[in-house]
Each structure stands twice: as structure tokens, then as C-alpha cells.
Design a protein around this ligand. Structure first.
Ligand SMILES: [Zn+2]
Ligand SMILES: [Zn+2]
Ligand SMILES: [Zn+2]
Length: 177
């Protein structure tokens, strides 16, 4: 595990909550994952690749069972480990992230970069965006160190409403009035 990672600044950020050319966005993420897997000598097997493609269909987090149902419908088998193993692989390699709050998975929008994002999770549509998390993590570390606590894992997730869902909520509350 010594492959050098480009600095996060080198990878354009994906405007998850804004209108964008998502086909290009998904293609780019898949190509990056393929290149990284090849460089690391890892096999992006058909089920791993298909699982990533399914996650890349949108920026929404998907539960393992939803992924499993899709895989089963496409003939990859009905055994839960099929989906779990593929998802674990994608998370380990940084191609996808585990979203703990939703017990679900989302494709990474900047695979190949060393990053520990803060996840912005829409409770309306399950869309997940990644915001830079270095400063927030440093703050958590500092607060922990101050009380002699050693952080082993911190997942930073914020729940709320994306612009589209916030707009819809405002519109429907207007209609009620
Ligand atoms: Zn996109
Ligand atoms: Zn990511
Ligand atoms: Zn939303």
C-alpha cells in the first residue's frame, strides 16, 4: 500500500446537489476505480464492477439489500455475502463509502484521493455529498486530546435537506398556508 495518492485539490469536486452531467461523473469515477485497481494489481471482478456501477447510478446512498436485489435480478446470485463482499471491497479500496447513519453505501465522488470527508446526507432523498473534512477532524482530535482520549475512528455525518428537497419542503408548506 504505497501507491502515491494525488492531493484532493487536484480532483475537481462533484456538485452533487446541483444539476450536473452525471453520466460523465459516473464514467469518470468508474474509470478512476479501474485505473486504481489495475495499478494496485486488484481485480475488479464483474460483481465488484457491477456493484460500483449500481452505486454510481446516482449520488444516493443504497442499502446492502437494495444492492443485493439488483445483483440477484441480474443473475449474480441471491446470497447476501455476494453483495457484502463486493461492497466491502469497494469501501476498502476507497471506491465507495459506508454511510453509518443510513446503514448504506455511496460511491465515492473523488476516488483516488486521500480524503476523510464530512458526509452531508439529505433526509429527503438520501443524496450524499462529500465536504472537505480535514478541519472538522482536526477539531475532533483536539477536543479528544484535551481530555486524554485517543480517537480510533470518527465518522462525520451531517443530516439535513439538499437544496431540491429544501425547496420542495418550502413550496409544500407555502401551499398549506
Ligand atoms: Zn454525479
Ligand atoms: Zn470519497
Ligand atoms: Zn434531497
Amino acid at each position: 500500500m504505497s501507491r502515491p495518492l494525488p492531493p484532493p485539490e487536484d480532483v475537481p469536486d462533484v456538485p452533487v446537489f446541483a444539476r450536473h452531467d452525471h453520466a460523465r461523473c459516473a464514467e469518470g469515477a468508474l474509470a478512476a476505480a479501474e485505473a486504481m485497481a489495475a495499478a494496485a494489481g486488484l481485480r475488479l471482478t464483474p460483481v465488484r464492477r457491477r456493484t460500483l456501477e449500481i452505486l454510481l447510478e446516482s449520488h444516493r446512498a443504497m442499502g446492502a439489500y437494495e444492492v443485493l436485489e439488483r445483483l440477484a435480478a441480474e443473475g449474480f446470485g441471491r446470497q447476501p455475502p455476494v453483495a457484502y463482499r463486493a461492497l466491502d471491497f469497494l469501501v476498502e479500496q476507497g471506491f465507495a463509502h459506508r454511510i453509518r447513519r443510513l446503514n448504506a453505501f455511496a460511491a465515492c465522488t473523488r476516488p483516488g484521493t486521500d480524503h476523510q470527508p464530512v458526509f452531508l446526507i439529505c433526509r429527503g432523498c438520501n443524496a450524499v455529498a462529500e465536504a472537505p473534512g480535514a478541519e472538522a477532524r482536526a477539531a475532533v482530535e483536539a477536543a479528544a486530546t484535551a481530555v486524554g482520549f485517543r480517537v480510533e475512528r470518527a465518522s462525520l455525518e451531517a443530516a439535513g435537506l439538499c437544496p431540491a428537497c429544501a425547496g420542495a419542503a418550502a413550496a409544500s408548506s407555502d401551499a398549506v398556508r
